[in-house]
Design a protein around this ligand. Sequence first.
Ligand code: UT7
Length: 331
Amino acid sequence: MNKVRAAITAVSAWFPDYILTNEELSRMVDTNNEWIMTRCGISERRILKGEGVGTSDMGANAVKELLRKRNISPDEIDLLICSTVTPDMLFPATANIICDKVGIKNAFSYDVNASCSGFIYALITGSKFVESGTHKKVIVVGSDKMSSITDYTDRATCILFGDGAAAVLLEPSDEGDGIMDSILKTDGSGRVHLHMKAGGSILPPSHETVDQRLHFIYQEGQPVFKFAVTLMADVSAEIMEKNNLKSEDIAWLVPHQANIRIIEATSRRMGLPAEKVMLNIHKYGNTTSATIPSCLAQWENKLKKGDNLILAAFGGGFTWGSIYLKWAYNS
Ligand code: UT7
């Protein structure tokens, strides 16, 4: 009998309706469609509007859709992990709030924060509970309301980010598919290039921190770009080598969607043609935790049981990594 692995058995995504176009951004800051398209590959992104709504609302919508698609009740879920850098509040965990909003009562739940690599960190964390046999139905949801921490006076960052959520269900499989391998890495010294300065224990919120606009994403684009291009490509090549995979063995690359140029560098290094790369950055920008699972949801109809997928991400921390999985179902 095959080893029991954690397999993705359902996927869903949810995006807010409001579309923030490059044209609208060019009326807010000194930018233009041509610059954003050629430097980043983004033409629009979604923004969650309205008072009193946050990351948990988007996550709950994605999870409800997941349960509907898989035709299971909230009572059957054993564990829910939410990847986010924009929690509803510092505590309790957004995962707890999602469970409450969805009616999940028999699970334990917590958040994972690994910036743009959060979803793959959370997916591997969740997979261990399934592989060990202690938990049978585990939801991993990536949800981020990036607009809540984006400075719409900073042209170098406000063009990049959007809001959205997506979720996957993990269940045990002994059919030789599911999550086969992963390489996850961290280098905390990279934090100087990408972080939020205030609002945590080092610099709690105050009138001064608000006046100095310290509650937004701080990013030094060029160094982050340099590390991302190299490390995301390296780790993707490394997981291929480790598992003896040639480019022709890979059906899809599912990359974190931060910048089209980072994605192209990764696919080039892996020897993959553009047709094998999932891309939704032009429509949604960088939704942080939701990029990879939302690609899976949007490509679900094209995925076939046994397809080899490489998931790859790079983000603040620095954090980065790749996952090799065999798709487990035909839709
Ligand atoms: O997912 C989390 C990890 N994050 C990332 O992976 C992001 C990595 N970084 C990047 O994707 C890129 O560095 C950016 C998209 C953020 C910036 O692109 P870049 O090619 O690195 O541009 P740059 O920062 O080197 O700026 C080039 C020029 C500058 O003008 P000068 O100094 O040459 O006159 C910027 O001021 O472009 C200017 N610029 C803009 N111009 C028009 C910066 N932002 C804009 C803008 N519109 N929105």
